[in-house]
Design a protein around this ligand. Structure first.
Ligand SMILES: [Zn+2]
Length: 233
């Protein structure tokens, strides 16, 4: 049975390897949130206009682990978000905003659509060395990009437990690109937390070096606190 939570927009913010997609997947299964498929939307844009010079430059950045430009990503995200939000469904962001520029467009839009008390940030906090060892060994499935975490319980899997498709390591996850991704995160993405604060969005910091289930319990706790009316005085 699907549990219910009031529709809200949940932003996962954390360094590469902090488990954003894993935690997003658990919320989707349990509560029926709609995930904003940032990477998939960007890849679809690349595929639709392969010869456009702007698109080619954005694709080069994507393939080398650099961040895409803010206006490019923000426009793609909002095209997806507006119709879903209009249906009153909960949304999860696990790959956007990546820059303050994107955040300055997306966050006020989300506050406008969902209301200030129904937007929150889950900040998954993890030491760089723990995250980079996870990244080097995690896999995704070919059919749906289901994340297969680099934890012992999944080590012997050779196909996706949900759809049976082949597993692969993303080119983006090549260890030679990890350093760039961490420094880009610290320099460009972490400052988006200030944009959320400036828009009155609460931030729940969770220790992401814990087990998947322990993190999930804290995530659900954060969402439930947001859905429980404050006791009357
Ligand atoms: Zn799968």
């Amino acid at each position: 049975m699907e549990a219910t939570l009031r529709p809200q927009a949940v932003f996962f913010v954390g360094a590469p390897g902090s488990g954003k997609d894993t935690q997003a997947g658990l919320l989707i299964e349990e509560f029926g949130f709609i995930q904003v498929p940032s990477s998939k939307l960007i890849l679809a844009k690349f595929a639709a206009n392969p010869d456009d010079p702007v698109i080619r430059e954005e694709k080069r950045k994507f393939d080398t682990g650099e961040l895409n430009s803010g206006p490019f990503v923000a426009e793609i995200m909002m095209e997806f978000v507006r119709p879903v939000a209009a249906q009153g469904k909960g949304l999860i962001f696990s790959g956007s905003p990546r820059t303050v520029f994107e955040a300055e467009i997306e966050v006020p839009e989300m506050v406008k659509v969902y209301g200030a008390d129904s937007v929150l940030v889950i900040n998954l906090v993890i030491p760089d060395e723990v995250a980079s060892s996870r990244i080097a060994t995690r896999r995704l499935c070919r059919a749906h990009n289901h994340p297969i975490p680099a934890t012992p319980e999944f080590a012997s899997l050779t196909t996706c437990p949900k759809d049976g498709s082949e597993l692969y390591v993303r080119e983006l996850d090549d260890p030679s690109k990890t350093g760039t991704r961490f420094s880009e995160y610290r320099k460009l993405t972490e400052p988006t937390l200030n944009t959320f604060r400036a828009n009155g969005v609460p931030i729940f910091a969770i220790d992401a070096s814990q087990s998947i289930q322990a993190i999930h319990q804290e995530v659900v706790g954060a969402l439930e606190r947001r859905t429980t009316p404050a006791p009357r005085q």
